[in-house]
Design a protein around this ligand. Structure first.
Ligand code: SF4
Ligand code: SF4
Length: 128
């Protein structure tokens, strides 16, 4: 799974609980492949066009659907502007992403590490 070498630098201090500094942070959107998975409600929210562009189905059973990665960066993260990390599908993002609220344990861990850590139960092996 992701290690320090593939993340960003740690972020000091507490985040804005309203998410005001999330676009400047983006640490929780840096993670290993097969981290953000989708259940049926997520697929319905995403819709077919976003599913085709930003997700993939496992070839082998149990055929989980995941957001695709670009290396250890979420494939739905817009990295076109240096130092900014907006989500391309923010309004439609899966529940896995919504769990990581600013100030949550996973958020604080991601800020401390520079990438999403191991505190989330939904994380799966790269070989899944
Ligand atoms: S780690 Fe926390 S502050 Fe940074 S983008 Fe994620 S939720 Fe926002
Ligand atoms: S889908 Fe959006 S919010 Fe979720 S990890 Fe990817 S870029 Fe971040």
């Amino acid at each position: 799974m992701a290690d320090r070498a593939v993340g960003l630098s740690p972020v000091a201090g507490a985040p804005d609980p309203e998410g005001g500094d999330c676009v400047d942070c983006g640490r929780c959107c840096h993670h290993g492949p097969h981290t953000v998975h989708l259940l049926e409600p997520d697929e319905l929210r995403m819709g077919p066009t976003r599913l085709a562009e930003f997700t993939e189905l496992q070839a082998a059973p149990p055929h989980f659907r995941f957001i695709v990665n670009q290396g250890h960066v979420c494939g739905a993260l817009d990295t076109s502007e240096k130092g900014k990390y907006p989500c391309k599908i923010y309004a439609h993002r899966p529940e896995d992403c919504r769990i990581v609220e600013p100030g949550s344990p996973a958020c604080l861990e991601a800020r401390a590490l520079g990438h999403l850590g191991s505190s989330l139960g939904f994380k799966r092996s790269d070989s899944a």
